[in-house]
Write a protein that binds this ligand. Structure first.
Ligand code: SF4
Length: 217
């Protein structure tokens, strides 16, 4: 399927479940990686992803269970109930869905709203912070390069450093923070190369999955 067909398929599933979006899990925690590391946020992991990263650590998010479709207003109540003032929509691939109504419901409750996306689907919704984490397995759409606040490239091997530079070249470094983050299972092998790369290219920063070191979600 091309991107148009993929988007139509995802949005048709949404249309078949009016007023709902599938949620795999949600939890209030401290953000472990990227620009907002160490800050509290209620994570809402939407179900469904067809990007197909071989090293994906949430493969259980790929399939959508019929019992996962949840009312938008109930989803928006989750961070209120946890006492959070900031929400991170993640996945799966959250941009598979039209997020306009969900972000409006969150906004109505006074939430700051972030998203983490591969950029493989058209952007929708109202966000305070957009983290673009492009994947080799499905290219990011051009529109994300001008709107993302944060570029986070997962480094699986040394070649990914060059690939990261190709994405950064499309973005304005005065408006976007560039992060390199070792894929967890490869961190011992690739971290030395990331450190050398950041020293040689100081517009980049190292992102670490601190939540995994302290064993929080
Ligand atoms: S985009 Fe994210 S959820 Fe989807 S396969 Fe890749 S790492 Fe997994």
């Amino acid at each position: 399927m091309n991107i148009t067909e993929m988007t139509i398929a995802a949005r048709e599933r949404q249309t078949a479940n009016p007023g709902k979006i599938p949620v795999m899990e949600h939890y209030y925690t401290l953000q472990g990686e990227g620009a907002w590391t160490g800050t509290a946020a209620h994570f809402i992991r939407l179900a469904g992803c067809d990007v197909g990263c071989v090293w994906c650590d949430v493969k259980e998010s790929w399939e959508i269970g019929e019992d996962q479709w949840m009312d938008l207003e109930a989803i928006a109540d989750l961070p209120v109930e946890s006492g959070a003032d900031r929400v991170v929509l993640t996945g799966g691939e959250p941009a598979m869905y039209d997020l306009t109504a969900l972000t409006a419901a969150l906004r109505k409750r006074g939430m700051k709203i972030h998203i983490e996306t591969s950029g493989a689907y058209p952007f929708s919704g109202d966000f305070d912070w957009i983290t673009l984490s492009p994947k080799k397995f499905k290219p990011a759409l051009e529109e994300y390069y001008s709107i993302a606040h944060e570029l986070k490239v997962i480094v699986f091997n040394k070649h990914d450093l060059q690939w990261a530079g190709e994405h950064a070249a499309k973005m304005d470094s005065s408006k976007t923070i560039f992060y390199l983050q070792a894929e967890w299972s490869k961190k011992d092998q690739v971290t030395p190369a990331i450190l050398d790369f950041v020293k040689a290219n100081p517009q980049w920063r190292l992102s670490m999955q601190t939540h995994k070191y302290i064993d929080i979600p």
